[in-house]
Design a protein around this ligand. Structure first.
Ligand code: ROI
Length: 160
């Protein structure tokens, strides 16, 4: 059983808040997996091409006995069920589920890099992650608080 498995969720199409809620429900239905907690939802300005709607972002913490690649498969199945189409890189999407951290594991394969290589560049990931685990240090030795200090200040609003 691995805990400290953190998933980043994002959506900017087709009722994004609903996409995130049903995705959290679907992750809770995965075999040998529990959703321990999820962060607040945040409204965030798009990073990448600007001609797309704002995103809703959040982070959820899971515990699972799945291996990282099996979890990735399962998350991609959930994305597909939410109508995700992998066409435009950095384009609008109904649902994005990223493995941010998998306990203390470090994975660097063609399909999967953990910790997620862009955690430190994205306040829409760091801020909800810090809400769940303010004292976290990545397996690479970087502390979340240090990353937060240097992170670009993209527009981000915590929703009530
Ligand atoms: N921008 C924001 N604000 N939130 C996201 O989840 C997000 N996801 C992406 C890109 C297109 C990079 N931009 C994003 O994949």
């Amino acid at each position: 059983m691995t805990d400290g498995v953190f998933i980043g969720l994002g959506s900017n199409l087709d009722t994004p808040e609903q996409q995130l809620r049903t995705a959290i429900g679907a992750m809770g239905e995965l075999p040998h997996t529990r959703v321990l907690r999820s962060s607040s939802f945040y409204l965030s300005a798009p990073v990448g091409p600007g001609d797309q709607p704002d995103y809703i972002n959040a982070v959820a913490e899971l515990e699972t006995t799945l291996e990282p690649e099996a979890l990735l498969d399962a998350l991609q199945t959930i994305e597909a069920a939410h109508g995700r189409e992998r066409s435009v890189r950095w384009g609008a999407r109904t649902l994005d589920l990223d493995i941010l951290l998998f306990g203390r594991e470090v994975t660097d394969s063609e399909r999967l890099q953990v910790p997620h290589p862009r955690i430190g560049e994205r306040n829409f990931v760091l801020v909800p992650l810090a809400e769940l685990a303010p004292a976290l240090t990545l397996p690479t030795g970087e502390s979340l608080q240090e990353l937060l200090k240097h992170c670009p200040r993209n527009r981000l609003q915590k929703l009530g």
